[in-house]
Each structure stands twice: as structure tokens, then as C-alpha cells.
Design a protein around this ligand. Structure first.
Ligand SMILES: C[S@@+](CC[C@H](N)C(=O)[O-])C[C@H]1O[C@@H](n2cnc3c(N)ncnc32)[C@H](O)[C@@H]1O
Length: 247
């Protein structure tokens, strides 16, 4: 159904305002990666003016997450799924908020090929991130049943253009498991546009929103570059996968 003017666009703005302009029950799948509420910024760059040395927008705004979750529920069609990343530090909050509106199906553990620093002598390095799979009603997955532990490399080096950038193959897996070709996928916290990239790769329509002007421009460029890399396969593809998913 939905035929918004904003379809297949990265929208520059506030996700709540954009969602409030969207009709109820119009989206087939949400794959989203909100601010983790941990005020994260890297301490590992020599150049302190680097973008990664600034906390991402709303990384302390719990009220925004609560509002977002209820808007997600409203815009999703009946019997659909949503995937939402969250930090292990704030898992209680995210779980409580999701549980108040959705049916929680899984708390997927994404095992990465690196681990956090933190207190090096009192806590072990955390090597995972969490990804909730929730349903509005009941949504069956496509294909074979898989485990709730997913292993894939994180995005690293020059390919890392957003400090919270997720591997394309994880988002692709979510899309393939819980939507059909040409379905509409939504992400209100686009960052570098990974959900849009995965939607293009899997022939889904998408609506993605990003508030930060720098990341908005980056996401648009990244999606535009996909078209270029189809035409010119030797050009640098910014949507490239980091490696295959392992089970
Ligand atoms: C965790 S990051 C997403 C990273 C993304 N998954 C990727 O692969 O690049 C969350 C993003 O949400 C954006 N953001 C924060 N508040 C927002 C809001 N109210 N509306 C839209 N975007 C927002 C931040 O600027 C940040 O880029």
C-alpha cells in the first residue's frame, strides 16, 4: 500500500515528527538501532575534533526511546516484526519498554570479533551486542529456523564511517527473515544509512530518518554510491559487507 513521497529516501529530521506524519499500519518491518543511552564517544582518537569524539544525538534521552517504541507499534501493520539493537548496559530499560507494547520473541546476541576496554582488571571484555526481535501480533520468519547467537565481524578501519555503524549483513538477515520483496522497511535512526543499504540490496522499499546533518549527508551519499557501484563495479562500494554471517 503506502506510497509516501518520502519512500526510498533518507529524511533529514526528527524521527518522531516524521513518524507522526505517517499513517498507522503502513510499514512492513522496522530494523532500527537507536541511541544506546550511554553517552558514548570514543576516547581512542588522537584528533579530538574527529566526529567520533562527539556523543551522538539523544544518547541520554530515554523519553525519546519510549515515544519511539510506541510510534513504531502504531505505524507497523498487524502481524509484523521489529528488530531493535540495544546496549547490554541499558537492556532492562529497553526490555521493559518493548515488553509494554510488543511481544518479545528473541534477544539475539551478536558476537563480534573485538571486545570493549572498560575496567581492564575488574571486568572481562564484552564481545557482544544485543538485538531484540519483537512482534506486533505474530509474524512467522521466512526459511529455516536459526539460532539466536549471530557471529559476524564488526565494521572497522576506513569502512567505519559512523561510530555505531552496523554490518550490512546483519540488517540484511533481519530483512530477509521478516519481509518480502518490495515491502516497506522503516528505520528512524539511520546513522550512516545501513538499513537503507540493506533494503536496496534486498529489493525492499525503505524510509529512513537521521537528525544529524553530517550523518544524514553521509547516509545519502552512501546510498547514492550503491547505484554507482552497480554501474561501475570497480568503484569503492561503501555498502560492502564485512564478511559472511556465521551461525
Ligand atoms: C546508533 S546510531 C545508528 C547507526 C546506524 N545503525 C548505522 O549503521 O550507521 C543512532 C543515530 O540516531 C540519530 N538520532 C538521534 N536522535 C534522533 C532523532 N530524534 N531522529 C532521528 N535521528 C536521530 C543519531 O544522530 C545517530 O546517527
Amino acid at each position: 500500500m503506502s506510497d509516501y513521497h518520502m519512500e526510498n529516501e533518507i529524511i533529514h529530521g526528527d524521527c518522531i515528527e516524521v513518524m507522526q506524519s505517517m499513517p498507522s499500519e503502513s510499514v512492513d518491518l522496522i530494523v532500527t538501532d537507536p541511541p544506546y543511552l550511554i553517552n558514548y564517544k570514543t576516547g581512542h582518537r588522537k584528533d579530538r575534533s574527529h566526529k567520533f569524539c562527539t556523543t551522538i544525538a539523544n544518547d541520554d534521552n530515554a523519553e525519546l526511546i519510549a515515544k519511539y517504541i510506541s510510534e513504531c507499534y502504531r505505524i507497523l501493520k498487524p502481524d509484523t516484526a521489529m528488530y531493535m539493537f540495544c546496549s547490554a548496559d541499558k537492556v532492562d530499560f529497553f526490555k521493559e519498554q518493548l515488553d509494554s507494547v510488543f511481544e518479545i520473541r528473541n534477544m539475539i546476541v551478536w558476537v563480534k570479533n573485538n571486545w570493549t576496554a572498560g575496567d581492564l582488571t575488574s571486568a572481562f571484555g564484552r564481545q557482544y551486542e544485543l538485538l531484540f526481535l519483537v512482534n506486533k501480533g505474530r509474524k512467522e520468519f521466512s526459511g529455516t529456523r536459526i539460532s539466536d547467537v549471530w557471529r559476524t565481524k564488526r565494521v572497522a578501519g576506513l569502512a567505519l564511517e559512523h561510530q555505531n555503524q552496523k554490518p550490512v549483513e546483519i540488517i540484511e538477515r533481519c530483512i530477509l527473515k521478516h519481509s518480502e520483496e518490495n515491502d516497506l522497511v522503516f528505520d528512524g535512526f539511520a546513522g550512516s544509512g545501513t538499513t537503507a543499504v540493506a533494503a536496496v540490496y534486498t529489493n525492499r522499499r525503505y524510509i529512513c530518518v537521521e537528525k544529524d546533518s553530517y550523518y544524514y549527508a553521509l547516509a545519502r551519499e552512501r546510498v547514492a554510491g550503491l547505484n554507482a557501484s552497480v554501474l561501475f563495479p570497480d568503484s569503492i562500494g561503501r555498502g560492502l559487507r564485512t564478511g559472511s554471517m556465521e551461525f
